[in-house]
Design a protein around this ligand. Structure first.
Ligand code: ADP
Ligand code: MG
Ligand code: MG
Length: 902
């Protein structure tokens, strides 16, 4: 690490570019990019995330920072021809936070820094607009008081409301200079009482306090929660942007707006955004006055409108993607205040990616990077039944797709409380703000009566992939009385409502749901090529084709029966990676298993096995038929036997009761004895997997025979069965060798008897650390490995999943011990490194060793990338996750193209 004093902590907007997001944050990097594109950005500079890191680590800003900021401020003042806070003509700036990823919970921007009791007079004179000057000053005290000094924002809001009431007006623009002057006095009093200090009159002090507040906001609870949710590392730090002010609140020829370069919901080209005249900063998204659609700007200020359209085109071509922007018009002059690659719905992501390919802006490999498995999973959610008779009570803006049904709640606290007790809730607010974040997380969906596509509720819900309808203006939301009214209908807290985030429709009561068109497409019930094909389905079809074309990883399914196997096949499975045979021992067959366990003699045991054999064989025939021509990995019995016996307490009670009645049942007594004998302290680490096969004579042989006979029958019926026999929970090669010898003998016998050559392969799961550590030896006896990453995670961490997830995982996640449960996404450093070394050792012994994974991680996007990278041949996951795995395997391959030597 270089010395801090050599480090550069401040970059002028002209010095940065969009690739410097780590250093300048997203906002700063893009402001620099726009500046260098020659777009009209108010001059300014960015303090780096490195400065923030020093501040967070040491509690103080780096020693050099003050002077460096001073030098940049001097330069800015020279450019602007006025000094920060200068009494007769003040330079004003905004102080804006901006991390690498946009993040709720960070400090809100403070505008108009540099105003004071003196300079407000200068601003009034210079602008020839006293009202504007005092409006700007009251905004500064309000924003500064709230975000920098920590004063309750409601106090300012209340004072503002009172001022409006006193004047008998409803909107802030009707307050005149004199009213605003009074309000400033009031605001300053609030600051004095609440913060215990005067509002600072020194401009540089205002700026420095705001900068520190931005640094501090990195560690607010809300920011931390968001980072955890989004898996953003906690040590990135935030940058701070100092940007000279431009004013949208100078009268009707001024205003501020937000826009997308194309529709973020459909991807279609067009004019999408909101504009508000005579307004500053957040006014446009805060819903304080009614905005107009961006298209109306053409009538209000044609010159600025045309320029804006031009700029949006420039941005889209330059970024080769949908961008969202913030702009301000000051007396007919357009200024760009922010841009970034815009958030979008999952559906729009797929459509936009293919639209951009058609426009020649990106290629197929890039298109794959524009979508992801989580989005695809979201599109596979069911939707409301359009034909259902449902009472539609309102229509708002379709802000984030999905169909959500739940009980109406009107505050975050209730949302959290009810959802903890297992209720599904819809959070209904007039509008949301960052304080609602946890309630939004707890809710099935979010409904607001105010705000547009760019409102807080809409943006945050889209980010979380949560259903949201916003701006349903017909709704009168009364959070105090906890109810909403709409055209005579009243919804009280606890009443069920349904909201459709894809159409914006709001219903009273529960609306039934129907499958998604994307699922219909995967099921083969909807065709992407048809003339009237759904636009989304067509886009998904194309993207899946790109993915299938480039991916190296094959995708198999975890499926235990023909029905699941057939669905998996429709979804694109290239085989079965895990067929669990224990499912074949349940239901009516449980009794036979009981008999097997209770058997005292070899005959009894053999008899029990012989009754199971034909049943198993039939299951396998169906499965091999469903998967004809594709590999089917059958795992021999894995779970401990007591899982097939009655519950120990239940049985004890039954036996005790019978004994007290003096009519003890002989069978129950034997069962109880067996249950006691098989009872284990740690069943997960007990008699299961290959250990069962080794101590219960004939069990595995019966299963192998069933597989072999089924395969032979399929062969003789001109089928193409490709069974693979998998031994679970092997810890040492000797275990595998014994089972393998027995299996080979059975297979040879069946082949001789049926006159077939079955080409069955035998392999093992790698799910114990010892197996992974001795993979080189184990490969001598195994033709394939399948990593059982669920058990491997349990045994590597020493976690019993069912116990730890419920008891202390939340605490671990909160403390940041891991950002995501290792059962969800593979722990690359620990479990993953065992997988990696086992792959290498296994292949060293047996170069053609087939390698796969059958834990739940096989369908997790991030884990799929890891398995691609370590060189597995396939991943196996539940049928429903197959499209996600295919897509992610394609994305991984496209990403590593060129660098991948395998
Ligand atoms: P956020 O990250 O919440 O979008 P921003 O830093 O973009 O915060 O600022 C909040 C609002 O203030 C936005 O509407 C933005 O356009 C506006 N704003 C920020 N800086 C300036 C400035 N220098 N002049 C005018 N408006 C500004
Ligand atoms: Mg912004
Ligand atoms: Mg296992």
């Amino acid at each position: 690490m270089s010395e801090h004093k050599e480090q550069k902590f401040v970059y002028d907007f002209t010095e940065g570019n969009r690739d410097l997001k780590d250093l300048l944050g997203g906002k700063g990097a893009n402001l620099a990019e726009m500046t260098n594109l020659g777009l009209p950005v108010p001059p300014g500079f960015t303090i780096t995330t490195e400065a923030c890191k020093v501040y967070l680590a040491s509690g103080d800003e780096p020693a050099a920072l003050r002077d460096e900021v001073g030098a940049h401020l001097d330069a800015l003042e020279k450019t602007m021809g006025k000094k920060l806070g200068q009494a007769d003509d003040p330079l004003l700036v905004s102080v804006r936070s901006g991390a690498k990823f946009s993040m709720p919970g960070m400090m809100d921007t403070v505008l108009n820094i540099g105003l004071s009791d003196k300079s407000v007079q200068g601003l009034a004179k210079q602008s020839n607009n006293e009202r504007f000057a005092w409006d700007s000053y009251r905004r500064l005290i309000q924003m500064f008081g709230k975000t920098v000094l920590g004063v309750d924002g409601e106090l300012f809001e209340d004072a503002l409301d009172k001022a409006k009431e006193a004047k008998k007006v409803t909107v802030d623009t009707d307050l005149e200079a004199a009213d605003l002057k009074k309000l400033v006095t009031r605001f300053k009093k609030i600051v004095k009482t609440e913060a215990g200090r005067d509002f600072p009159q020194d401009a540089r002090e205002q700026m420095d306090l705001a900068i520190h507040a931005v640094f501090d906001s990195w560690n607010t609870d809300r920011a931390k929660l968001y980072r955890r949710q989004e898996r953003i590392p906690g040590d990135l730090g935030t940058a701070v942007n100092i940007c000279s002010m431009v004013f949208g609140n100078l009268g009707p020829d001024s205003g501020t707006g937000v826009a997308f370069t194309r529709d973020p919901a459909s991807g279609h080209a067009g004019v999408y955004g909101d504009y508000l005249q005579d307004a500053q900063g957040e006014d446009v998204v805060a819903g304080i006055r009614n905005t107009v659609p961006l298209a109306d700007l053409e009538n209000i200020d044609k010159k600025s409108y045309d320029q804006l359209m031009q700029i949006m085109e420039t941005l889209e071509t330059h970024y080769k993607d949908l961008c969202d922007i913030e702009f301000t018009i000051e007396r007919g002059q357009l200024w760009m205040l922010q841009t970034r690659v815009g958030k979008r719905t999952a559906a729009a992501a797929f459509r936009i990616a293919t639209q951009l390919v058609d426009q020649g802006l990106i290629d197929e490999a890039e298109a794959l990077q524009r979508v992801n498995g989580a989005q695809l999973a979201q599109l596979m959610f069911p939707r409301f039944d359009e034909d259902a008779k449902a009472e539609k009570i309102a229509r708002g803006i379709a802000a984030s797709p999905g169909a959500a049904v739940g009980k109406a709640v009107f505050d975050s606290y209730t949302a959290i409380k009810w959802s903890r007790s297992g209720e599904k809730v819809i959070l209904i607010r007039r509008e949301t703000n960052p304080d609602d974040l946890e309630g939004m997380i707890a809710a099935e969906g979010i409904l607001t009566s105010r705000g547009g596509k760019t409102s807080h509720a809409a943006v945050v819900a889209r980010g979380m992939g949560k259903t949201c309808v916003c701006g349903a203006e017909e709704l009168e939301v009364d959070t105090k009385r906890r109810r909403l009214t709409v055209n005579g209908t009243v919804i009280e807290e606890g009443d069920v409502v349904s909201i459709d985030g894809s159409t914006g429709k709001v219903y009273a009561g529960e609306v039934p749901v129907v499958p998604s068109p994307v699922v219909e497409y995967f099921e083969g019930r909807m065709h992407a090529g048809a003339d009237d094909a759904d636009e989304l389905v067509a886009a998904v079809h194309r993207i899946m084709a790109y993915a299938d074309r480039v991916r190296r990883l094959r995708v198999r399914a975890n499926a235990d029966n023909a029905e699941d196997a057939l669905r998996a096949r429709r979804f694109g499975a290239q085989g079965i990676g895990l067929c669990r045979t224990e499912h074949m021992f349940l239901g009516e067959r449980r009794e036979m298993v009981e008999r097997l366990i209770l058997a005292d003699t070899d005959e009894e045991r053999e008899q029990a096995l012989n009754t199971l054999l034909p049943l198993q064989k039939k299951d396998f025939i169906e499965l091999f038929e469903a998967m004809d021509g594709l590999p089917v990995t059958v795992r021999l019995l894995d779970p401990p036997l007591h899982e097939f016996l009655p519950d120990i307490t239940e049985l004890s009670v039954r036996v005790a009761l019978a004994e007290s009645r003096k009519d003890a049942n002989e069978n129950d007594l034997r069962l109880l004895q067996a249950v006691h004998k098989l009872h284990e302290q740690n069943p997960m680490l007990g008699l299961r997997g290959v250990r069962l096969g080794l101590v219960i004579p004939g069990l595995f042989a019966m299963q192998v025979r069933a597989i072999a006979e089924a395969a032979a029958e399929r062969k003789n019926a001109k089928g193409d069965p490709r069974a693979e026999i998998m031994i679970p929970l092997v810890g040492t090669v000797q275990e595998l060798e014994i089972v393998k010898d027995e299996a080979d003998a059975v297979i040879a016998e069946v082949e001789a008897a049926t006159g077939t050559n079955l080409k069955l392969t035998i392999g093992t799961m790698i799910e114990l650390p010892r197996a992974a550590l001795t993979a080189g030896q184990i490969a001598e006896a195994a033709q394939f490995f399948s990593f059982g990453t669920n058990d491997l995670t349990q045994t590597v961490w020493g976690f019993s999943r069912d116990d730890v997830e419920a008891s202390f995982f939340t605490a671990y996640l909160e403390k940041g011990i891991f950002g995501v449960s290792p059962f969800e996404t593979i722990d690359k450093d620990g479990v993953g490194s065992l997988v990696r070394s086992a792959v290498e050792a296994g292949r060293a012994t047996r170069p053609d060793l087939k390698l796969g994974v059958c834990g739940e991680h096989g369908g997790d996007p991030e884990s799929v990338h890891f398995f691609h990278e370590v060189g597995l041949d396939y991943v196996s996951c539940s049928p429903f996750r197959i499209p996600v795995a295919r897509l992610e395997a394609g994305r991984a391959a496209a990403e590593s193209k060129g660098s991948d030597s395998r």
